[in-house]
Design a protein around this ligand. Structure first.
Ligand SMILES: *Cc1c(COP(=O)(O)O)cnc(C)c1O
Length: 437
């Protein structure tokens, strides 16, 4: 297929294999497959490599994603030029050590990339069909703000954000609960895993079928595919900076959506990349990779300083395991980083390299440090997933420095706030959704 021709769409099938194959648009609008599984593309057509000449991430998207999104290259480029209206710079910290800053969007975390592209793809699909939808999103901190911001005011979509009450940072809470047209925030009496369970339950609840529910969590393949773009873009930026080899990526991980996107990027590029999954104390995947935990034998979540990664049962494990099984161990190494090691890495990174990292990025930097100490060579790219100003207290505690403000964040401090309390009970969510429909 040519990059400019009309894309004949790749099909999408459920990880559980008990649902019919669908188009990207159907997978995007459904969120979760009717058998409770997650959608994955049936094939990953390797691109012709023209993305390596791109001068904007939207051109990477246009070169790689049309067959998957079932859109023409020109449409894909237009969606991504609008969605990615902020830079995605690769910053060199030391020889062989780079960070890919994904936090320059409106809510200061990498979730803006997937959420903004997905919102535009969904709005477009619904407008074409003359339909409307309700998007549910469970958030451990950053997703909710990014999604609420990305979808606010899009006429065809209503958004319900579920967050664990009292377990997100002040800055995150301000973003989540800022009053926006078409968006309701629910403060759930429970953990992030409870929020995620409520969302998954509602998506397959037949009593809610008339509402056309979808989700903007990374269980929706429509949020994952846009994230492919910045992995390839990082490789473009490195080449331009004179780095000849494709990098290995360190991915601060929670629900494993970002890592899944990286593995997709490597196949689509194709890119000879390896990955390090950097987790906090919520280290199920690290234990799985080490052969110390059975597939899907998840634990509960514990709270850490890198709260957007406090996920006991990462939902995208189902995708990773369905696609690769134990072969994951050939491509991905795991590292688990304690809060103490996270703080120490923040302190050293600031003292030695003059760089302020958020706690999530610091988990990645510590994982990169360990891998390099262990002899791993070649260029490393650590994904910087949030701006340090989103976690000012932790950053100041580790480094003694209050991070400079992020231009987007002040907007939320001034905004009017509202959150609806909700027990962690499926029937409570059902009543709410039906009442506000
Ligand atoms: C969501 C998030 C992560 C984890 O990403 P996953 O795709 O869930 O693995 C890491 N860092 C930050 C700042 C986040 O918001």
């Amino acid at each position: 297929m040519s990059a400019t021709g009309v894309a004949s769409g790749v099909g999408f099938r459920s990880t559980r294999g008990l649902a019919p194959e669908v188009s990207f648009e159907e997978a995007l609008l459904a969120g979760l497959a009717p058998d409770g599984g997650l959608y994955l593309p049936t094939e990953l057509p390797a691109s012709d490599g023209t993305w390596r000449e791109a001068t904007h991430p939207a051109e990477v998207a246009a070169a790689v994603l049309p067959p998957l999104l079932g859109l023409e290259a020109g449409e894909v480029e237009a969606v991504f030029r609008e969605a990615l209206d902020f830079p995605l710079p690769v910053v060199s910290l030391a020889p062989g050590l780079h960070v890919l800053e994904l936090f320059h969007g409106p809510t200061a975390a990498f979730k803006d990339v997937g959420a903004r592209a997905m919102a535009r793809l969904m709005d477009r699909a619904l407008a074409r069909r003359g339909e409307s939808a309700t998007v549910l999103v469970a958030t451990s901190g950053d997703t909710g703000g990014a999604v609420a911001d990305a979808f606010a005011g899009l006429g065809a979509v209503r958004v319900a954000v579920l967050f664990p009450r009292g377990q997100v940072s002040d800055v995150q809470e301000a973003q989540l609960t800022a009053v926006r047209p078409g968006v309701t925030a629910y403060a759930v009496e429970g953990t992030f895993d409870d929020c995620q369970r409520l969302v998954k339950g509602a998506l397959v609840d037949e009593r809610l079928a008339d509402l056309r529910l979808s989700t903007a969590n990374s269980i929706n393949v429509g949020r994952l595919l846009p994230q492919v773009v910045y992995y390839l873009w990082a490789a473009v930026a490195l080449r331009r900076a004179g780095v000849e080899r494709d990098p290995w990526f360190v991915v601060p991980s929670g629900n494993l959506g970002n890592l899944t996107a990286g593995l997709l990027a490597a196949q689509l590029g194709p890119l000879t990349a390896r990955f390090v999954a950097a987790h906090n104390a919520n280290d199920y995947f690290v234990r799985f990779l080490a052969g110390a935990a059975e597939p899907h034998a998840f634990a509960g979540s514990v709270r850490t300083l890198s709260n957007a990664m406090d996920v006991g049962g990462p939902s995208n494990f189902e995708r990773l395991y369905a696609a690769r099984g134990y072969g994951l161990r050939d491509l991905v190494t795991g590292q688990a980083v304690s809060d103490a090691a996270t703080l120490e890495r923040m302190r050293e990174t600031h003292a030695d390299l003059g760089y302020l990292a958020c706690p999530h990025t610091a988990v990645g930097l510590e994982a990169a440090h360990r891998e390099r100490l262990g002899g791993r060579g070649g260029p490393a790219v650590v994904l910087a997933t949030a701006h340090p100003a989103k976690f000012p207290d932790t950053v100041a505690r580790a480094t003694g420095v209050v991070p400079p403000p992020h231009p987007g964040l002040a907007r939320f401090e001034r905004a009017e706030k509202r959150a609806v309390p909700l027990p962690a009970d499926p029937s409570a969510l059902r009543s709410e959704l039906l009442a506000s429909a």
